[in-house]
Design a binder for this molecule. Structure first.
Ligand code: NAD
Length: 372
């Protein structure tokens, strides 16, 4: 079977890291004798420069016709002066809504090899941790009614959720928990918010019919605290759009670097959207300094969730773990800054600093069974 993958490199380091993710997918195709066809599409600043709009219709068509979409990142100061709907980020919201991806899966996985890059005390993260945040992506306060009074003295934003929106998101959470350690923690503010009470009601009803998953509840303020107090207690966290936005950034920071974290956005059917959680990092764009592992791990999620190729996903994730185990690091995850590419990082004799291309090639070679 031929799998069609739309790639959207975007801006800044987006093209650098997407290129390495494609290299790793090509390695997987070789090992498992798969047929991947890539179609590169424009979005963000690159699309504005080429055709005057952040999300060209051709990109939407190609994305919708694909099996999955692999996105780099968009944005940069060059386009900051443009009005909201014309900015690169409008492309992001547009592609998410065109694909109908309402569930955002953000694994916050700390590789034990990177414990040195984690800001928490070593005893709190010994052995690493593996949390999956399932965030509702297309509803809630970011999409609810908002406005300002005519005199400008007050403003409002509305959190609004339907049972249907909650159910479909929680179903993704239950499914994910079933495939992992079997624990789902629903995070809300049910002691204050009526919408949260509806989330709890729906979750409780669903939990009765899904007794193979251990369901628990936590208030969002407590969750923010627990993530830094004892991150290993969590398996899957399911939550609303805004709470998920905030908690997933917090969870990402305790893994060590934003350059390691992948994400998947899924709808009911149709292609999923896969992207590193970082932005376009204009400060290091084109310098061969970006860590491509978040994009490469996003490619693993693509294989798992959109193509059903679990072996391929495990091959990528295993190769990343092995490369880290052997001491290879990009600058953002090195224990200390090193003098240059390929040079040992002082303070940890076994660490060796790699640029974007070399890291991508190292993971690809490892997938192919090379002895690098
Ligand atoms: P950013 O994630 O681009 O960068 C934050 C910091 O992390 C920078 O110091 C950067 O160098 C570093 N960093 C990010 N990714 C890295 C990687 N893979 N390897 C090594 N270091 C990495 O966030 P920002 O600086 O707030 O935003 C820059 C631009 O990206 C803005 O235009 C913003 O709108 C856009 N943005 C896009 C997305 C997206 O496309 N999904 C997400 C966030 C921000």
């Amino acid at each position: 079977m031929r799998y069609l993958i739309a790639t959207i490199p975007g801006d800044g380091i987006g093209p650098d890291v997407t290129r390495e993710a494609v290299t790793c997918l090509e390695a997987v195709a070789k090992v498992f004798e798969l047929d991947f066809e890539f179609e590169e599409c424009l979005m963000g600043g690159a699309a504005i420069d080429a055709c005057g709009e952040p999300l060209p219709a051709a990109t939407i068509r190609a994305a919708c016709a694909s099996h999955a979409v692999l996105l780099g990142a968009v944005g940069g100061s060059k386009w900051d002066g443009l009005p909201g709907p014309k900015r690169p980020e409008a492309g992001l919201l547009g592609i998410r809504s065109a694909l109908g991806v309402y569930a955002n899966l953000r694994p916050a996985l700390m590789f034990p090899q990177l414990a040195g890059a984690c800001p928490l005390r070593p005893e709190l993260v010994e052995g690493g941790f593996d949390i999956l945040i399932v965030r509702e992506l297309t509803g809630g306060i970011y999409f609810g009614d908002r406005g300002r009074s005519p005199d400008g003295r007050y403003a409002w934003d509305t959190e609004r959720y339907s049972r249907h929106e909650i159910e479909r998101l929680l179903e993704v959470g239950f499914d994910a928990a079933r495939r992992r350690k079997g624990r789902l923690c629903m995070v809300d503010k049910a002691n204050v918010l009526e919408s949260s009470r509806l989330w709890r009601e729906v979750a409780t009803q669903m939990g009765r019919e899904r007794s193979d998953v251990e369901l628990s509840f936590m208030y969002v303020d407590n969750c923010a605290m627990q993530l830094v107090r004892d991150p290993r207690q969590f398996d899957v966290i399911a939550t609303s759009n805004m709470f998920g936005d905030i908690l997933s950034d917090e969870a990402s920071m305790i893994t060590g670097s934003i350059g390691m974290l992948a994400s998947a956005s899924l709808g009911d059917d149709g292609p999923g959207l896969y992207e590193p959680i970082h932005g376009s990092a204009p400060d290091i764009a084109g310098m061969d300094r970006a860590n491509p592992l978040a994009a490469i791990l996003s490619a693993a999620l693509l294989l798992r969730h959109s193509l059903g190729l679990e072996d391929g996903a495990l091959a990528i994730e295993g190769a990343v773990a092995l490369v880290l185990e052997r001491g290879y690091r990009c600058a953002d995850i090195a224990t200390r800054s090193a003098p240059g590419p390929g040079a040992p990082v002082e303070g940890r004799a076994r660490e060796l600093l790699l640029g974007t291309r070399a890291m991508g090639a190292m993971v690809a070679e490892t997938i192919l069974g090379g002895s690098s």
